[in-house]
Design a protein around this ligand. Sequence first.
Ligand SMILES: Cc1ncc(COP(=O)(O)O)c(C=O)c1O
Length: 314
Amino acid sequence: MPIQGSGTFAVEATLGSLVPRDGKALVLANGAYGKRAAETLARIGRSHELYVTAEDTQPDPAEVDRMLAADASISHVLLVHCETTSGILNPLEPIARAVAARGRSLILDAMSTFGALSIPTSALGLGAVIASANKCLEGVPGVGFVIARTRDLEAATGNAHSLSLDLADQWSYMERTGQWRFTPPTHVMAALDTAIDLHTAEGGTPARGARYAANRRAVVDGLRALGIEPLIPDALQSPIIVTFRCPDDPRFGFQPFYDRLKAEGFIIYPGKMTAAETFRIGCLGTLTPGIMRDVVAAVARVLDDLGVARRRAA
Ligand SMILES: Cc1ncc(COP(=O)(O)O)c(C=O)c1O
């Protein structure tokens, strides 16, 4: 089901439509997007519980099982597949199994993985998968979408807290009329159509995921050789975005680093972590390992320029 707006709109539409007014959601949060889902539930008057882990720590499936066993009123669980705050990949399969075994419904925020990492929606019995056009699908921003069972969408009639973010209404209207309820994001959908053709031509999700993984390897290996370490352990690191620790040198400042890299033609992300001084480099988009090596070379020049000590190539 497509829904106009950015990814956050799709998350709010899903939570407001699929979690019944007397339902309760368990939110697994290890970063900003899990916390935003919890804030959304609070704003729309849905009961929720938070299971918070540190930004570099995955939620434990055994703890999820324990929390579900202890509270029969929890109807839904929300998991962020890749928490883009840090780039950590959360353990989808064991958590999906724990949630299914307790007969609850798992809502997966796959905003930053859909199109690059395989999501076995039916095999894992997922209740809903939420994504948007503009991350791994490489479309333009302006539409999100939700994959859910038709019976759940039908059962959601009357649940929504909002007219425009009512997934059940959007679904039944489209089914009945073949039209969008409100002005459709025509150009965004045309761009998405082309983006999906390009995704298919590249070899679909496995090929796109492999390219992003090669991008990650190139940037992590290159920056490590300069003495800049990723914050998330390699085994938990998604191929989508990498958080690096800022060099521990008083001459390093994020803003001059950012400005100089921008002048070199590369835009990075500020860190979003609360616990450490970091910056982030995205591996998604029309990037290649060659471009990532150019990024590493630019970082080396900028560090020299700022007078920041760095490990020199042997
Ligand atoms: C995992 C995740 N969830 C939700 C969002 C929110 O999407 P948007 O910024 O498009 O509203 C993002 C955006 O970065 C995200 O990475």
